[in-house]
Design a protein around this ligand. Structure first.
Ligand SMILES: Nc1nc2c(c(=O)[nH]1)N[C@H]1C(S)=C(S)[C@@H](COP(=O)(O)OP(=O)(O)OC[C@H]3O[C@@H](n4cnc5c(=O)[nH]c(N)nc54)[C@H](O)[C@@H]3O)O[C@H]1N2
Ligand SMILES: Nc1nc2c(c(=O)[nH]1)N[C@H]1C(S)=C(S)[C@@H](COP(=O)(O)OP(=O)(O)OC[C@H]3O[C@@H](n4cnc5c(=O)[nH]c(N)nc54)[C@H](O)[C@@H]3O)O[C@H]1N2
Ligand SMILES: [Mo]
Length: 759
């Protein structure tokens, strides 16, 4: 094992090389093994790797892509990828943070460190407490920590003065327990990372097809005739998806990628798990790449839909039988200014023709998307328009076709299914009331952005986070940190140290929990938890490694500890809650539709699929019982002269706010992160040169500005007028009130900026 870095490395060694045209292959295999061995040593690395995504092992915490399941068999013994290996190395590391570390480093000095340095220090090992006004964290017992939280929650003048955040790695059992406790306390203040992630997908799909989830299985990807991948970088963020795309290509599928950037994983894939991949031949992935301008997908899909309607390429039988709104849609589309739409996309007429021809020529179409569609002001309208395309083609509810929002965190979809939601449905609350005999609160709670505003206004006393890194993940980093610091008590249930521990409330607690890879036992009993992948398959996950410290507790036990201290013995007996996770699953089975007979079905190999009306039977739980074709109006983002539209992306060496390393291999960035990718012609037109160091300054409607200092300009093939930088360094640029219409997701991918030379 390599020791944790002592010195915080800046960008002094930053090096830029040409971007790569392909993903994975031998470097990825070497990289996975190197990361694991650096953190775990050889023997533990080997043992851990053998259990990733195996029936008796643990679910890879890397992403929510399902296990591949070709002809009913797992495609390979090792269903893992380079970035899964990094996620595991990060969690299963042998590095440790003990009480001595916190005695040595003041909270203020830790706040000066980079996200990378904080994360690299190792696993948290015991509960830590910052008393009011103290400069350092100090050890505290679990019982005293729970008593402190219970006291603070009991003292609230209203339960709505507490906020309970969730990140997406939390298991179904923990998430269900957490929301039950929060609602028994009396609030729906349950914001989650989904608010910043796929909320726009959930809103758009609920409106159009009556369910806020995708409608495909992994087999549908394999059997698709046309795969359209929009605003997603699977080579980095969902590498296992590339194997499924490779299978589809072998079976004759065409792939279209719609992305301002020519992401390596979308161009060519060298599967390290096949001889072909190891021999460096690889599979060419995209048959057509459309370098759309940032934020212009709505214009593109309107053009496509107008052409489908005008050329009679509509599945009228399906539309007539199952959809509302056809006439309104076609009239609207025919009346649009098609030249203006085309100009907005930045594409050529030939690009659009080629795409229309593919869409019109295929019936089995799958559309996949991620953050490139969800984090724009018009994200909901854009996703509705993508849904229009598939509905017009009848490409839903049949083999090889459907809508596929590709989720991020490995259980973010399951957490929502379990009721982590600030706007729960009346049906869900009724079911809770029936099962537990209490009246849950009905008023909607705060989403992420509303929670920050309330914290900033002094309306929140207690903030609890079940995982995640609220301060670095949310927009307007300084404003969010200041909002956090206004809380009287902040509580972070975490595996690793991050910024939300060091920009904390007056009083603060760090509660260290077990991760996915670790054995979860209470007494002699070994427990397992469950998760739901991006395609609605629920299955068990069991950690086998020794816990990072004997003091760690499971997320479920931590919820039960807090609840027992905060609530009287009403609703359930919290002191006994969680001893047996099967009992929690019985409650879930009674409350959440689709989980009937949960305990029996979840131990079957591969788990079970949740029901999905559009996918299973072309039924749509909308008000009319039919799918809805929607009318959307494209409002281009106004970019004044001399300004660019900035999008924020993940590098190949990070997991959201967790920075694994300082390289972005596929994009040719080494040993640094403060870079801004700009088109060569824009660099010249703006009077800069490749390699110049600039401040990135965002400009907002109210005249305010925000500044991210010292970014190196990197000449890159992005469309004219667009640029890109890394999240979370660029989060300072997005004000809190810049959110998507309808979903309130921060607009992390559409920021008007100027590049200012440093004096
Ligand atoms: N290794 C690793 N895996 C991860 C994560 C990680 O950080 N690291 N994060 C996880 C999480 S929580 C999530 S949500 C997912 C995120 O997965 P992605 O959505 O792939 O993540 P991003 O890096 O935000 O990439 C956004 C992509 O959209 C493109 N894009 C930006 N703006 C536009 C636009 O206007 N139109 C179009 N068509 N494209 C656009 C960008 O060029 C980029 O390719 O990955 C999950 N998996
Ligand atoms: N500018 C910009 N901002 C963005 C985005 C963007 O693309 N651009 N993306 C957004 C998206 S898609 C998302 S999902 C959010 C992510 O927001 P979050 O989910 O809040 O952030 P993460 O970085 O995933 O959280 C990492 C922390 O989770 C903790 N952790 C890891 N595993 C576990 C576990 O098993 N249990 C517990 N309790 N804790 C654990 C560790 O302490 C680690 O430090 O960020 C959003 N912010
Ligand atoms: Mo996400």
């Amino acid at each position: 094992m390599k020791p944790a870095p002592r010195v915080d490395q800046g960008d002094e060694h930053l090096k830029v090389t040409a971007p790569k045209g392909y993903a994975a292959g031998i470097p990825a295999v070497v990289e996975s093994v190197r990361q694991l061995v650096d953190h775990l040593g050889v023997a533990k690395a080997a043992r851990t790797m053998l259990r990733i995504n195996q029936p008796d092992g643990f679910d890879c915490p890397g992403c929510a892509w399902p296990e591949d399941n070709l002809n009913g068999h797992r495609t390979s013994r090792f269903e893992f990828c380079e970035n899964g290996a990094k996620a595991i190395a990060e969690e299963a590391t042998d590095r440790r943070i003990t009480a001595d570390f916190f005695a040595e480093h003041s909270i203020a000095s830790l706040a000066e460190r980079s996200d990378y340095w904080l994360g690299q220090q190792g696993r948290l090992t015991e509960p830590m407490y910052r008393p009011a006004g103290a400069t350092h964290y100090e050890p505290i017992s679990w019982e005293a920590a729970f008593a402190r939280i219970g006291g603070a929650l009991r003292a609230l003048s209203s339960p709505d003065r507490a906020v309970f955040y969730t990140s997406g790695r939390t298991s179904n059992e923990a998430a269900f327990s957490y929301q039950l406790f929060v609602r028994a306390l009396g609030t729906n203040n349950l914001p989650d990372c989904s608010n910043m992630c796929h909320e726009s997908s959930g809103v758009a799909l609920t409106e159009t097809i009556g369910i806020g989830k995708g409608t495909v299985t992994i087999e549908d990807i394999h059997d698709a005739g046309l795969l359209v991948i929009i605003g997603q970088n699977p080579g980095t963020n969902h590498p296992r998806m590339l194997s499924a795309l490779e299978t589809a290509k072998r079976r004759g599928a065409k792939v279209v990628s719609i992305n301002p950037l020519p992401e390596a994983g979308l161009m060519q894939f060298r599967n390290p798990q096949t001889v072909r991949g190891l021999a460096r031949r690889g599979t060419a992935l995209s048959d057509l790449h459309l370098p759309v301008a940032v934020g212009a997908d709505l214009a593109l899909f309107q053009l496509v839909n107008a052409r489908l309607a005008a050329s009679g390429s509509v599945d009228r039988a399906f539309v007539d039988a199952s959809c509302d709104g056809f006439d309104e849609l076609t009239t609207h589309l025919a009346g649009l200014d098609h030249d203006a739409l085309l100009a907005a996309t930045g594409l050529t007429a030939g690009d659009v023709d080629a795409f229309v021809e593919l869409v019109a020529g295929h019936e089995r179409i799958v559309a996949c998307w991620a953050m490139g569609l969800t984090q724009h002001r018009q994200a909901v309208a854009t996703i509705r328009e993508v849904a229009n395309t598939l509905l017009l083609r009848g490409a839903i509810g049949k083999r090889g076709a459907g809508l596929c929002p590709v989720r991020g965190h490995s259980n973010v979809q399951g957490d929502r299914t379990m009721g982590i939601y600030e706007r729960p449905s009346p049906a869900f609350l009724d079911a809770l009331a029936d099962r537990f005999g209490f009246e849950p609160p009905r008023a909607h709670g705060f989403d992420t952005v509303e929670a920050i505003a309330a914290m900033a206004a002094g309306d929140v006393d207690v903030f609890v986070a079940m995982g995640g890194n609220f301060v670095s993940a949310a927009p307007d980093t300084e404003a969010t940190a200041a909002a956090m610091e206004r809380c009287a008590l902040t509580v972070q249930v975490s595996t690793k140290l991050n910024r939300s521990h060091v920009r904390c409330g007056t009083e603060a607690l760090i509660l260290p929990c077990l991760g996915r890879t670790e054995r979860d036992s209470r007494g002699p009993e070994q427990r397992f938890v469950t998760v739901e992948d991006s395609m609605g398959v629920v299955h068990a996950t069991r950690g086998r490694n020794d816990p990072a410290s004997p003091h760690l507790r499971s997320e479920v036990d931590i919820v039960a500890g807090i609840a027992a201290a905060a609530l009287d013995a009403s609703v359930v007996d919290w002191t006994d809650w969680g001893r047996d996770y099967a009992a929690i699953r019985d409650h879930i089975a009674a409350v959440v539709p689709g989980f009937e007979d949960f305990n029996r079905r979840v131990v079957e190999p591969g788990g079970f699929a949740l029901p999905n009306g559009p996918r299973d039977s072309r039924t749509f739980a909308t008000a009319t019982g039919r799918a809805r074709l929607t009318v959307n109006t494209f409002e281009p983002i106004k970019v004044p002269p001399g300004r660019l539209l900035l999008q924020t992306v993940r590098s190949h060496d990070q997991y959201n706010t967790t920075i694994y390393g300082l390289d972005d291999r596929y994009r040719g960035i080494h040993d640094g992160r403060r870079v801004v990718f700009v088109n060569a012609d824009d660099i010249t037109a703006l009077g800069h040169a490749d390699g110049d160091v600039v401040d990135v300054v965002s400009e907002w409607r109210d005249g305010s500005e925000r500044r991210a200092e010292r970014f190196r300009i990197v000449s890159y093939p992005t469309p004219r007028g667009c640029c890109a930088a890394y999240f979370p360094e660029a989060n300072v640029l997005v004000p809190l009130d810049s959110v998507a219409e309808g979903s309130r997701t921060p607009t992390s991918k559409a920021i008007v900026v100027r590049l200012e030379r440093r004096g």
